[in-house]
Structures are given as structure tokens and as C-alpha cells.
Write a protein that binds this ligand. Sequence first.
Ligand SMILES: [Zn+2]
Length: 229
Amino acid sequence: MSAVWFDEKEVPLIVERSARAKRTRIRIDRTNRRAVLVLSKRASERAGLAFAQSKADWIVRELNALPAPKVFADSFSFDFLGEPVVIRHSPKSRRGVWKTDGVIWVSGEAEFLPRRVADFLKREFQSYAQKKILELAAALQVKVSRITIRDTTSRWGSCTRDGHISLSWRLCFAPPSAADYVIAHEVSHLKQMNHSPAFWATVAMICPTYKKEESWLKRNAAFLYSFTV
Ligand SMILES: [Zn+2]
């Protein structure tokens, strides 16, 4: 682990080398709340670190601007696919995790609660997404081979030529219209594997509000990344 200095304080810095990076840059890893120096294939590490040091004030400003981390716990409330829910810890029950009207019940020890809630939300989001994806795939007459829910760091969704769609589980904290847009976007890629006007015409056909949803996701990315597990 490297570091830059700001106001006589050490700010940790991860150094990564990327074959794809065209130039040295710094990105903020919002999931782990730290800065990453991305070096292109031939860039010298020393020059990269000097570059990072020259950007120390920007790094500190970006890290400080991240919303406070949200940790799942008893009484914590949030919106799940647009529905307000609250977590209730029920240590003595033996039912695992289950949901009734507006309440997510979690049994077992408190230390395992955050992980169990996250796993539950991922499963729920998977079945939500699966239903939507299959509906849209039928409408567009395309074939989906696999659906994966992951914790992606740079994109909300992706799609391969052979029909494997991946989505970020964090979309479950967005309004359903925004999650539906990402789903529509990825399914549309099975018609066109590019971002051509024909592709956007397909997106607009199945998700007329896509511009609004895209801007919501841009403005609220830090919020979606503030949920920690
Ligand atoms: Zn795309």
C-alpha cells in the first residue's frame, strides 16, 4: 500500500497496473472508500505517485464527499425497489431472513445480520430482475443464457454476446424505474452489441424515460455505493 500526504496526514493509496489504461489516472473506489492510482502498462510508478501527490487535495475532497456508510442493523430503514422497509432483528427465531409488509425480519446473531440482509436482498433482486429480463427478452425476441447479480464497481450492468447479463445488486436501492432502465439497456444489447442510434431506439421503445433514469443513476451513484456489508 502506498500513500499520499495531505495536511501532514497520510492518505492510503492503492496502486494498480492496467493493460487497458491509456494514461495514468486516479479513481475513487467507493465500495472500499479509498483512492486507487491506475498506471498504464509502461508508466513509471514513481511518476504515478508524484502525479497522485499533486492531486492529494482532490483525493481528500472526493473521499470526504462520500456519503456516510450505511450499515444494516436492527431498526435501519431504507427503500427496497421503491418500497420503504425496516430491519427487525429477531435473534430467537429460526426462520433465517424473511419479509412481511414493510419489514425484513432477521434471525440469528447480530454480528451476522448485515451479511444475511445483503444476501437476502441479492436473492430478492435476482428474482425481480429475472422476471423483468425474461419479459423483455420475449418482447424483443432475444435469448438470455444467464443472469448474475454482483457487486460491480464501475458499471450497473453488462451483457455478453452469448446472452449473459450481469447486474449490480445495488440497483435494489434505486427506484424500480431506474433498475428497469438498466435491465432494458442490457437486454437491448442482445439486439445491438453497441451504442448506435439503432440501439438507443430499442432502449427508448421499451423504456421511454431512459434519459431521466440514466441521470438519476449518475446523480445517485454515491448513495447506492454507501450501503456497506
Ligand atoms: Zn451499454
